[in-house]
Design a protein around this ligand. Structure first.
Ligand SMILES: Cc1cc2nc3c(=O)[nH]c(=O)nc-3n(C[C@H](O)[C@H](O)[C@H](O)COP(=O)(O)OP(=O)(O)OC[C@H]3O[C@@H](n4cnc5c(N)ncnc54)[C@H](O)[C@@H]3O)c2cc1C
Length: 461
């Protein structure tokens, strides 16, 4: 049983962060009650505490540990599994004001920042030095701390990996307020991707990389999902190392194109409906290298069984294509009365089976199911749209999710996906993980946070 927030606690916290930085009661904005989890229940924090430094976070954690008060860390609140929502009360520890650039080391290309810096600002800062921070999850207004805490990936995870691959070091505040460096102990590595359940990240040193100077997008339309994903496998086997390889279901690109008025991806070719499109981004050091790669991939066209190869090579076309891609999520919300999404990870060879299964189940349930996937890194986004009432939709969606998650497990997939577990998937995660792995997770949580005050009710319960 956790402590309830009290006037005494408020006074102690105000001593640490200053009076205006402990927000209570009706002054707490509704944004803090939820994140981007569709249909997530609203949970009001007992107080929101805005921190500005590692020292403040350390003193806050020391105090909350003493009082046994839950602490839910929050970046920008753009997570999609309820991770930053205080479902067991206590305080929300907001790090959004910790958004400063600390340093850039020319020699190693390492950027050191506070965790509240937005991903888009980290990317812009990297560019100033001719470098790049590659992880690019759909939401650029997320914080870098949130990205690392969810080990966010995105389309270019295929070539560039996910947030974890760019963390050179970090400053951590542990549950009892102790300050440590990520590099101090091997076991601290598990803080990355732990969704605020093991420690608070208060500083990040990021290894930036040089990106090849040239890139091109190729769109390969196919008659159906299976041939699209078979072609993706052939492209990988042939050693092309694309930076991005996205499976795009035509139902999705058509729905989204109708909503945005930006119908970039093919829907019909020579009077026939396209079943799916593979969006491939190739990179090269110069035009010659890129041309060579494009020629070699074109030579494969017959073997790939694609209907055509569309070349997207001007800055305007590339921008339009990425804008159309990045609009999938928001166009679902804008284009249907009710919409939701399941996000899982799957071995590349099993993605087609899960997509087909999801579409069949959706048809039976009366849900419009539309998918896309980061092929290779395995993240599959299964969107649903429904034009009836929320009361009709929610039970249909819940039954659909149970079926798809069960099939995903049969196909050696992982229901955590790219978004994480949060509270939205906590029960299914426990069921699908297996007893031994779950016991390991619980033991790790207890070792980091014996009083279970950090983000209780998330990931491991
Ligand atoms: C439209 C859309 C598309 C998306 N597409 C993708 C995608 O393709 N791939 C992908 O991987 N993700 C995707 N995401 C999810 C995205 O990764 C998360 O939104 C983001 O990484 C979370 O950052 P945030 O600052 O909003 O964190 P929050 O939502 O505030 O928090 C997320 C979790 O991290 C914890 N946390 C936050 N900061 C810290 C910290 N400093 N220390 C310890 N714990 C912390 C929180 O407690 C919470 O559990 C998408 C989200 C949206 C809205």
């Amino acid at each position: 049983m956790f402590a309830k927030f009290s006037a005494e606690m408020a006074a102690r916290l105000e001593e640490i962060v200053g009076k205006g930085n402990v927000i209570q009661g009706e002054d707490i904005g509704m944004d803090f009650w939820h994140d981007e989890l569709p249909y997530g229940a609203a949970h009001s924090p007992e107080a929101v505490v805005e921190a500005h430094s590692t020292e403040e976070v350390s003193r806050i954690m020391e105090l909350c540990s003493r009082y046994e008060l839950p602490v839910t860390v929050r970046g920008a609140g753009t997570g999609k599994v309820g991770g930053s929502v205080p479902i067991q009360g206590g305080i929300v520890l907001s790090l959004k004001a910790m958004n400063q650039l600390i340093s850039f080391d020319e020699e190693t290309g390492t950027l050191t920042v506070q965790p509240g810096m937005l991903v888009q600002d980290v990317k812009a800062e990297a560019e100033k030095h001719g470098l790049c921070y590659p992880p690019d999850p759909g939401e650029k207004t997320a914080t870098i701390g949130g990205n690392v805490s969810t080990n966010a990936g995105g389309p270019c995870a295929l070539k560039y990996g996910s947030a974890r691959d760019y963390v050179a070091d970090a400053v951590l505040v542990l549950a009892d307020g102790a300050v440590a460096k990520l590099s101090d102990k091997e076991e601290y590595a598990s803080v990355i991707g732990s969704e605020g359940t093991l420690a608070v990240i208060t500083q990040l040193s990021l290894k930036l990389v040089k990106k090849p100077a040239k890139d091109v997008i190729l769109l390969f339309p196919f008659m159906d999902t299976e041939s699209c994903l078979n072609a993706a496998a052939k492209i990988t086997e042939a050693g092309f190392e694309p930076a991005v390889m996205e499976y795009l279901d035509t139902d999705l690109v058509e729905f989204s194109g109708n909503v945005t008025g930006n119908p970039v991806f093919p829907v019909e070719m020579d009077g026939e409906r396209v079943g799916a499109t593979l969006m491939v981004s190739l990179e090269g050091e110069d035009d010659d290298e890129l041309d060579e790669k494009m020629e070699s991939i074109a030579e494969l066209a017959e073997e790939l069984e694609c209907l055509d190869i569309l070349v997207v090579d001007t800055p305007t076309l590339k921008r339009d294509t990425w804008e159309a891609h990045d609009a999938f999520h928001t166009s679902m919300e804008a284009g249907a009365k009710c919409s939701d999404e399941l996000n899982v990870k799957l071995p590349q060879e099993n993605i087609a089976q899960l997509v087909e299964y999801a579409k069949e189940q959706g048809e039976k349930a009366g849900l419009n199911v539309m998918c896309y996937a980061h092929v290779g890194s395995g993240g599959v986004h299964i969107h649903t749209a429904y034009d009836g009432s929320k009361e009709e939709f929610l039970p249909l969606m819940s039954a659909f999710a149970a079926d798809v998650y069960a099939r995903c497990a049969q196909l050696s997939g992982c229901i955590v996906g790219e978004y994480g577990v949060g509270y939205a998937k906590v029960d299914t995660y426990k069921q699908t993980l297996g007893q031994e792995a779950y016991a390991e997770l619980s033991a790790r949580k207890a070792a980091f946070d014996p009083k279970h005050i950090l983000n209780p009710g998330k990931v491991v319960i």
